[in-house]
Design a protein around this ligand. Structure first.
Ligand code: ATP
Ligand code: MG
Length: 432
């Protein structure tokens, strides 16, 4: 046997039965997005490296140390696996002039790539579902995107997710705050760790986001951006808060919430949970009014969020909110290979009528015994066995045998005509 090749570290296969939960979650989210008028945008997984350097900012964690960047060995282009979705969405919107007829509400779902240390809730390939509302400047759009996420938690029945909210103001206000921060941290240089020292002049805002416990008191007492906001920024933020109040959506204002990415303006927020250990942020987002212009488009505002699908699924699992994995309606038992010419067309007709039916087929060892087939039928979770035995086939019939009690209209073994599958298909589907 050849040596095995395994998946790249931090990149996971998603196999049944777990994959059913992924599909279930995606379908639930899609249905909710539709109710808010969101439409799907699918962008490439590989983008020019420059998109992320420009879109996220050179001194962000992602660009500095997490990006899968590489040179296309065939033509020397500098490329990257997308570490997040917003930059690609905005690139596509600018490239195809998607705002030509007004604002757009767009969503994406798919894998993202970051070279991080793999651990629970943190992977190198992970998945996000994200939304972007482009062309909408008012605080009601911020409230709407936040409400959409809050609706999702409510609908999925997840508990213990709290909303943290902050505003980053506008560039001039941030610049003034930045100067005040640098001055403050310079005064306390001896208390800065190596990371903070490095960031002092490049990205002092990120120091506020430190996870180092020793620096908490210092960071706690640092100058607050809220004190540097002008009237317009204040009004925007206050209106977001007022609208969330009107919606009955609770939040905590967290002045230290800064987000990792440079392109945020005004509102930023995170939905966090204590149920997932250290990786407790399930969904994060904010307003990024500078990004469209930064990527070469006619200036247009934007607001959105991205949620980590792995983290949300783990949360659902921890809170026992995942549905039972799907089972087929029926499992076809085929005692003798001579039956195939009747089995295949009958099952096909049933499937055309919407029945989910799995057939037992031969393996390298041939066709299993009836007993072994019944065991498989039972293990499949199917509610009925369809028995294509010689006795039944001779009379142009198939036997339906309920495999568990109280799961449908057929409560004891009965026969149905092979050539009229359409007429009894509904009985197999009923009471699902
Ligand atoms: P963190 O502080 O946990 O590193 P982040 O600020 O880097 O998060 P965002 O870029 O805002 O994360 O991404 C949005 C969401 O995507 C996160 O809130 C999280 O749920 C999820 N996410 C981010 N990075 C990872 C990862 N490496 N593995 C799994 N999920 C992730
Ligand atoms: Mg991160």
């Amino acid at each position: 046997m050849s040596e095995r090749i395994t998946a790249v570290k931090g990149m996971n296969d998603i196999a049944p039965p777990d994959s059913a939960h992924w599909e279930w979650l995606e379908a639930r989210v899609r249905a909710l997005l539709a109710r808010y008028g969101y439409r799907n945008l699918r962008t490439p997984i590989v983008e020019p490296l420059a998109l992320f350097v420009r879109g996220l900012g050179e001194v962000t964690d992602i660009v500095e140390k997490e990006m899968y960047a590489f040179e296309d060995r065939l033509n020397g282009e500098q490329l990257a696996l997308r570490p997040e979705g917003t930059a690609g969405v905005v690139r596509a919107v600018v490239e195809h002039n998607l705002l030509y007829d007004g604002p757009k509400r767009l969503y994406y779902m798919g894998p993202m790539f970051r070279h991080e240390r793999p651990q629970r809730g943190r992977y190198r390939q992970f998945h996000q579902i994200g939304i972007e509302a482009l062309g909408l400047a008012g605080p009601e759009a911020d409230a709407e995107v936040i409400a959409l996420a809050a609706d999702l938690w409510a609908e999925l029945g997840v508990q213990d997710v709290t909303l943290e909210l902050n505003t980053l103001g506008q560039p001039a206000e941030r610049a003034a705050h930045r100067q005040a921060l640098i001055a403050y941290f310079e005064q306390h240089r001896d208390q800065l760790d190596a990371d903070a020292q490095r960031r002092l002049y490049t990205n002092p805002l990120r120091i506020l986001d430190t996870k180092n416990p020793a620096m908490q008191p210092l960071v706690e007492a640092a100058p607050k951006l809220l004190d540097h906001l002008g009237a317009a920024s204040r009004a925007h933020f206050e209106q977001v808060c007022r609208l969330l109040d009107a919606l009955g959506i609770g939040y905590r204002i967290n002045p230290r919430l800064v987000r990792g990415l440079d392109y945020y303006h005004h509102t930023v927020f995170e939905f966090v949970t204590t149920s997932l250990g250290a990786q407790g942020t399930v969904c994060a987002g904010g307003r990024y009014d500078g990004l469209v212009a930064e990527l070469g488009g006619k200036p247009a505002p934007g607001v959105g969020w991205a949620m980590g699908v792995e983290r949300l699924l783990e949360l659902l699992k921890a809170q026992q909110r995942l549905p039972a994995v799907p089972v087929p309606d029926a499992y076809a038992i085929v005692p003798d290979a001579a039956a195939w010419p009747q089995v295949l067309p009958t099952l096909r007709a049933l499937r055309a009528a919407g029945v989910e039916v799995v057939m037992h087929a031969s393996t390298a060892d041939g066709l299993a015994s009836m007993k072994a087939q019944f065991k498989k039928a039972d293990a499949s979770g199917a509610r009925y066995a369809l028995i294509f035995g010689a006795d039944e086939l001779d009379q142009g019939m198939v036997a339906i045998k309920p495999l568990r009690e109280g799961v449908g209209p057929i409560t004891e073994q009965q026969r149905r005509p092979l050539d009229q599958a359409l007429s009894w298909a509904a009985e197999l589907r009923a009471a699902r």
